[in-house]
Design a protein around this ligand. Structure first.
Ligand SMILES: [Zn+2]
Length: 404
């Protein structure tokens, strides 16, 4: 009797938690857990030269000193088969006062090709690409050799700048200090890391932005940062937009993968961007439910859903215009805005219908809107990522404010 009363009270006071609806995509994928190998954390040393992987984001699976200044490194993925995005990151230092020239060769697991041009940092903050003259990719592209100066203090080498869960948290908290912003943690990854959420605005309608399902895709995360900073810049446009719309941002969907230096998967050994119909992985389950529940709770509707990634070049994976979705003109209006506001830029638009259970299709199945994957090239210059991110945010705000 009493329990019944409580249940009824919960029901009528709106405390029913809504969940994302499972969906059978045309191309099913097994996203049940697979085993991963956890990299051993180690420090290597020879004659006063040290190399280690004992920090978040590191990946280094084996090391051999050929001589005092020549090193061979082995880089492996968390499990396989896996998309070829061979991430590496390690640091070096010496126990002398003098700098030292070092040459490193990286060999990758099986026949995976070298992909990420080495970046160097002496403070973990400012990163530079090594010069062309410092780097030699093997003819078969299966390994890379590069030389550089190791300073007595720490020298960092990484496939892309390090942006670990702590870095993402700092940025998220900073951007949420906008007058219309807030930051919270909506759940935990499989290994207990925070699933972070930023809310901007207080409008009736909803926009959803997600990023970093795939750990090495740092340039995609930079695109998200640029995009969000334009939304939160307190300009007239932004203020007007955030009165009509609320933007929910999930900046890091795979914090375990990022901090553990994974090539692609979470610690369930799964590509999270294939689980958007099943919700077998805790990261996707919690974020998908959070979006669905928030929208229901606020009696809102989702107007746009963007997922930020990186690949070999800039491309937009869009939803086929032949699909009968709401906000049907959003994609074309938005892409046209971006193209006409970036000098000499040609949009690379690759539309498709529902295929595998990816986030783009999830927006169609849950909210009947055209989902879009915003892909930035691995080597797209930071200034252009920034510029395009801002123009894209401006375009989205204008197009949505104009739509009914
Ligand atoms: Zn990706």
């Amino acid at each position: 009797m009493r329990l019944g009363f409580i249940c009824l009270t919960l029901l009528f006071s709106g405390f029913v938690f809504s969940q994302a609806t499972p969906y059978d995509f045309p191309n099913p994928i097994d996203t049940n857990d697979k085993e991963i190998t956890i990299q051993k954390k180690e420090t290597f040393e020879q004659n006063g030269l040290f190399v280690d992987n004992q920090f978040d984001g590191a990946r280094l699976n084996g090391l051999e000193f050929v001589n005092d200044s020549t090193i061979t490194i082995q880089i492996n993925p968390e499990n396989s088969p896996i998309n070829p995005s061979p991430w590496y990151a390690f640091r070096l230092w010496t126990n002398t006062e003098r700098s030292k020239q070092v040459s490193i060769t990286i060999n990758y697991f099986e026949n995976v090709k070298h992909r990420y041009w080495p970046k160097i940092s002496y403070d973990r903050d400012v990163w530079t690409r090594l010069e062309e003259s410092q780097v030699a990719v093997a003819d078969d592209t299966l390994s890379v050799t590069f030389s550089f100066t190791v300073k007595p203090d720490t020298t960092w080498i990484s496939a892309q700048p390090l942006e670990t869960s702590e870095d993402v948290r700092k940025w998220s908290q900073e951007i949420s200090s906008n007058t219309l912003g807030s930051f919270d943690v909506i759940g935990k990854s499989r290994m207990g890391r925070d699933l972070m959420h930023i809310k901007l605005g207080k409008g009736k309608k909803t926009v959803v932005l997600i990023s970093r399902q795939h750990p090495p895709e740092v340039t995609g995360y930079y695109a998200l940062k640029a995009f969000v900073s334009r939304l939160a810049d307190n300009s007239r446009l932004s203020k007007k937009f955030l009165k009509k719309y609320t933007v929910h941002i999930y900046p890091l969907l795979n914090p375990d993968g990022v901090d553990m230096g994974h090539w692609r998967h979470n610690t369930g050994g799964i590509d999270l961007n294939r689980d958007w119909g099943y919700y077998r992985q805790p990261e996707i389950k919690q974020i998908a439910d959070h979006v669905v529940n928030t929208v229901k709770e606020n009696n809102s509707e989702v107007a746009a859903g963007l997922d930020f990634h990186s690949t070999y070049y800039d491309v937009y994976y869009t939803t086929s215009r032949s699909m009968d979705t709401r906000y049907k003109n959003f994609t074309d209006d938005w892409l046209n805005y971006i193209e006409s506001n970036l000098d000499g830029y040609e949009i690379n638009d690759k539309p498709s219908g529902l295929g595998s259970p990816v986030s783009k299709g999830w927006f169609v199945t849950q909210f009947n809107i055209p989902g879009i994957t915003y892909e930035i090239g691995d080597d797209t210059p930071p200034e252009f990522i920034e510029k395009k991110g801002k123009v894209s945010a401006e375009g989205m705000m204008k197009v949505l404010l104009d739509s009914k």
